[in-house]
Design a protein around this ligand. Sequence first.
Ligand SMILES: Nc1ncnc2c1ncn2[C@@H]1O[C@H](COP(=O)(O)OP(=O)(O)O)[C@@H](O)[C@H]1O
Ligand SMILES: [Mg+2]
Length: 244
Amino acid sequence: MGLLEIEEVSVQFGGLLAVDDASISVPAGCVTGLIGPNGAGKTTLFNVITGLQAPSGGRVVLDDVEVTRRRPYRRARLGIARTFQRLEAFGSLTARENVLVALEMRRRWATARYDCGKIADELLERVGIAHVAETRVEALPTGSARLVELARALATDPKVLLLDEPSSGLDEQETDALGVLLHELTAGGLAVLLVEHDMPLVMEACSYISVLDFGRVIARGTPREIQADPSVQRAYLGTAKAAS
Ligand SMILES: Nc1ncnc2c1ncn2[C@@H]1O[C@H](COP(=O)(O)OP(=O)(O)O)[C@@H](O)[C@H]1O
Ligand SMILES: [Mg+2]
C-alpha cells in the first residue's frame, strides 16, 4: 500500500477524458516516476491530488485517509506539497523570502516551535541555492528559480512531494544535483511522485514508474521493465511521429 494512493481517477473536460481510470501507488521512501507524452494527463493528475481539480470519478487516499473532497490547503496540512510545471514562486520576493512565506504558513498550524530563519537557510543550502538567498526570484535564472520552488515545497515538511518537470531549465550539473537530492529526501522517508521528461534522471532516480498515455496508465514497473515495454515504446514513437 502506498503512502499516497490514486484509485481509479478520471477527469473529464467536456468531451475530453484527460485522465481515464488511472490508479497509481506512491510508496514512502522512494521516487515514483510518472511519464508519458505531452497531453497525457500528468499535470491534471497532480491537480487532482492537490485538490485544484475535482475528479469526475475515483479517490485520492493519503496515509489511509481519503482526501478526494478536501480543500487544497487541508491537503497541504496533511502533508502533500508540489512544484508547478510553470514557475509559481513570488518573483518580487527574494529566494529566502519565498521560503520564509511557506515556513510562516506551516508555523501557523505546526505544534512544535521552530526558528523560521534558520530552517529557511538550511533549506536553501540543501537545494543548493544558498549563494542567491538574497536575490529576487525574477532576477534568477530559471534553474535557480525552480530550486526556490522546491525549497518552498519542502518548507511545509511534506510526506508526499509532487514534482512537475523539475529539471526543465536546469543545466546538467543542477540536474545531477537534483538526482542526488531526491535520493537524500526519500532516504528520510519522503514519498516523491516525479513527472519528468529527462529520461536519464527518471531511470536513475525512480524505483517504480507509471506510464500515462491519453489519460490511461498503459504500463507500470521498475525502470528496467518500463524501458523494455513495447507499449511504452509505441506510445513515445507515436508522439515522435505526430510531432514531426
Ligand atoms: N482546464 C482544462 N480544460 C480543458 N482541457 C484541459 C484542461 N487542462 C488540461 N486539459 C487538457 O487535458 C489533457 C491533459 O493535459 P495535461 O494534464 O496538462 O497533460 P500533461 O501534463 O501530461 O502534458 C490535454 O489534452 C489538455 O489540453
Ligand atoms: Mg504537464
